[in-house]
Ligand binder design. Sequence first.
Ligand SMILES: Cc1cc2nc3c(=O)[nH]c(=O)nc-3n(C[C@H](O)[C@H](O)[C@H](O)COP(=O)(O)OP(=O)(O)OC[C@H]3O[C@@H](n4cnc5c(N)ncnc54)[C@H](O)[C@@H]3O)c2cc1C
Length: 309
Amino acid sequence: MVNDLYDCIVIGAGPAGLSASLFLARYLRRTLTFHHNSPRNEYAHGVHGFLGHHGIGPAELLARGRDEVTSHGGLIIEACVTSVEKVSHQHFRVTAGGNGTEPQVFGAQRLVLATGLRDLTPDCPGFREFYGSSVHHCPDCDGYDVRGKRVAILAYDQNAAAFAAKLLTWTKHLTLLTDQNEISTADHAKLADLDVAVRTEAVVALEGDERARQLKRVFFSEGEPLECDALFFNLGTELAADFHETLGCRLDPDCGLLWVDKTQQTSVDGVYGAGDITPNSQLAVVAAAEGAMAAIHIHGSLIPKERRI
Ligand SMILES: Cc1cc2nc3c(=O)[nH]c(=O)nc-3n(C[C@H](O)[C@H](O)[C@H](O)COP(=O)(O)OP(=O)(O)OC[C@H]3O[C@@H](n4cnc5c(N)ncnc54)[C@H](O)[C@@H]3O)c2cc1C
């Protein structure tokens, strides 16, 4: 039975999944990777901080990654995984289909979940026009590019003040927009101490130079528009897929993301997790590193006992 199975199936072909697939292919492991479009950073104009590839277009990074995997013998199928199941120890069943094709069933001894996150995004007019260029969600990725600029911050949960304060690293011209939501009196006081302005009116539209994808101002339900050069938002994320539920993988109670151990293995034997779905920093380079780690340990776990010295 084991001979009919792939050594590993990787679900998701973002930086995490492709990095796992590349290492597994280089370990000569029979690896099948599912690539279904819409990686998390498809709107970004460039991947920042990926050493050696700083600023590369997200689509180009992934296209290069897919070429590297297939040129090492890895197999990539463009299809959406619709279900996963643990059949027995060392046997997982994965069903995939889409684009009008019949669902197909595949089996593997190990699984990598690398399906990423979805960002909850503002739904006001103008958002899509500037997202990834002058509207961002990740200070670690894009904070450097707003040095000294006028930045609006759309956030209103209990982390809103901390999120705003993070941007003080790069600029002191900050305005927090709470979009008619309440933030605590303590947070108001902290923000006042840090000289961060707060606007509480409903945000109704973003406007700017659409051709240059440059945000210029935010309009509110009442009051003057806010002139600004960039906007950061922090409205939360959700897991892009729920395979962890059917497999019984536990989530980290602090952040609600997929719990993994030091080898990237989840709480279910043989199921590994890598990339944004795990609790580490949500960066392409971290996702790629986690994919590589998962592959190293998957390979190690598949080495027969008699070859382990
Ligand atoms: C606008 C934006 C800008 C960013 N800028 C930067 C930056 O400058 N620098 C940086 O380091 N990071 C940046 N990031 C973060 C970075 O994109 C993520 O950390 C990285 O993409 C995570 O990689 P991943 O492989 O875990 O997930 P993803 O890249 O999201 O890939 C997951 C893949 O799994 C696929 N998938 C999901 N469900 C299924 C399914 N059922 N079947 C098959 N496939 C499935 C998805 O389609 C997707 O392709 C940015 C993110 C955003 C949103």
